[in-house]
Design a protein around this ligand. Structure first.
Ligand code: ZN
Ligand code: ZN
Length: 407
């Protein structure tokens, strides 16, 4: 097992971040797996990192802060926080996020306060985020946390649940074999091939249909590009921002979406679950939300800011995908989004625009890349989902039939 975890750590450093000689690395991790975090740091040094900084977090502490701090203090960006962002914008360290927190761990915390605080902080944070966008190598991956593992395997003991979850994470991340780095090279090559086939179609819209009530048309930009797997930073370094990643995705044209979409999996948002929900779009905006559970939170989410009610991502994943076939709900977007076709509300991806490097941020917004402080994926894949692409001349191409690729 230890040997396999070393291979996983190497995968994150070499294929996830693709650390270059002399680069700085920042790792953000919870306290759950300090031994693995140390392995990851070692793998980064071996890949050539000049220094590795670990920022620890602990969900019960985040909970405590959220409960005890006033909205006023939570809304403030302190000068040292800002200095940290300034430093990052200048040095562009690689960033590795190792997830392990409990998907339900923030339940009962005043969500409105959290949202108001992030909205208040956003104007200060945004310029730094934008200055860094596409200039930094980053990667999100996961390790088991105690509560998270128990949520997935409630009938097992804590130790057994953790072990079972390691297996699930390594399998889902294509890190359970002899040579995970090689497996990712092959995986990236096959995703790139499918992206090329899609991009050669020059689609202008995607139409989704399912017996559950989904009937949605989403417009694409002329410049929209389908991407998948690894991507290239503007500095020219190829990295894999998500491990695992099975999706092919694009940025739709904000303001062009009509119809209803029904979610097919619960959504964990701010440490709380939203279940059995649907959204109705008119003129690209959500005009109606319904949910059996968490409707108020969903309503708050889509009204976070002006762009939160518009789409920022359309992702295609076969219903029979490796992660989908595990038949395991992770209650975490990193995994669950790779088991199902999904959409995201909020911010769109600049790098899903052809030659995005030649546009300014304002020009990208004008083309139709949505702007918002949120980016929330929700799952819409089902066994009968059909997705039809519309080409410039109006002809249609079936991309998905009965939940799987038809292209
Ligand atoms: Zn996605
Ligand atoms: Zn997304």
């Amino acid at each position: 097992m230890k040997e396999q975890l070393r291979k996983y750590a190497t995968l994150l450093a070499k294929k996830g971040l693709n650390v270059q000689k002399g680069q700085e690395v920042w790792i953000q991790a919870d306290l759950d797996q300090p031994e693995f975090v140390t392995m990851a740091a070692e793998a980064c040094y071996e890949a050539g990192a000049s220094s590795v900084t670990v920022e620890w977090s602990h969900q019960p502490l985040s909970r405590l802060h959220a409960q005890r701090r006033s909205l006023e203090t939570m809304s403030k960006v302190t000068s040292w926080e800002e200095e940290k962002m300034r430093y990052q914008t200048r040095e562009k360290p690689c960033r590795l996020h190792i997830l392990s927190s409990d998907p339900d761990g923030m339940k009962g915390v005043d969500q409105e306060k959290l949202m108001k605080a992030s909205v208040a902080r956003y104007p200060v944070v945004k310029p730094y985020q934008e200055a860094l966008a596409n200039h930094q190598q980053w990667c999100i991956a996961a390790v088991p946390g105690k509560a998270w593992a128990k949520k997935l395997f409630p009938d097992l003991s804590e130790a057994e649940a953790e072990e079972k979850m390691w297996d699930a994470i390594l399998y889902a991340s294509r890190a359970d074999g002899e040579d995970p780095c090689k497996a990712w090279d092959e995986h990236n090559a096959s995703l790139a091939e499918r992206c090329k086939a899609l991009n050669d179609l020059h689609l202008t819209a995607l139409c989704y249909r399912s017996a559950n009530g989904t009937d949605l048309k989403v417009g694409l930009m002329d410049e929209s590009l389908f991407c998948g797997g690894g991507e290239q930073s503007l500095e020219g370094v190829f990295f894999n921002p998500n491990i695992p990643s099975e999706e092919i995705f694009t940025t739709p044209k904000a303001g062009e979406a009509e119809g209803v979409v029904v979610s097919t999996k619960p959504l964990s948002y701010r440490g709380e679950l939203i279940e059995d929900f649907s959204l109705r779009f008119e003129g690209g905006k959500v005009v109606e939300v319904k949910a059996k559970k968490g409707e108020e939170l969903l309503r708050q989410m889509v009204s976070t800011d002006e762009g939160a009610c518009k789409l920022g991502e359309c992702a295609l994943i076969a219903y029979d995908s490796p992660i989908g076939n595990m038949n395991l709900l992770f209650y975490n977007t990193l995994f669950d989004e790779n088991a199902s076709c999904h959409l995201a509300l909020g911010r769109g991806y600049n790098d899903c625009v052809r030659d995005y490097g030649k546009y300014t941020q304002e020009e990208l917004r004008a083309l139709g890349v949505n702007d918002s402080m949120i980016h929330v994926d929700f799952m819409i894949g089902s066994a009968d989902l059909s997705v039809v692409g519309v080409r410039k001349d109006g002809t249609k191409v079936t991309l998905f039939e009965n939940g799987n690729w038809a292209l």
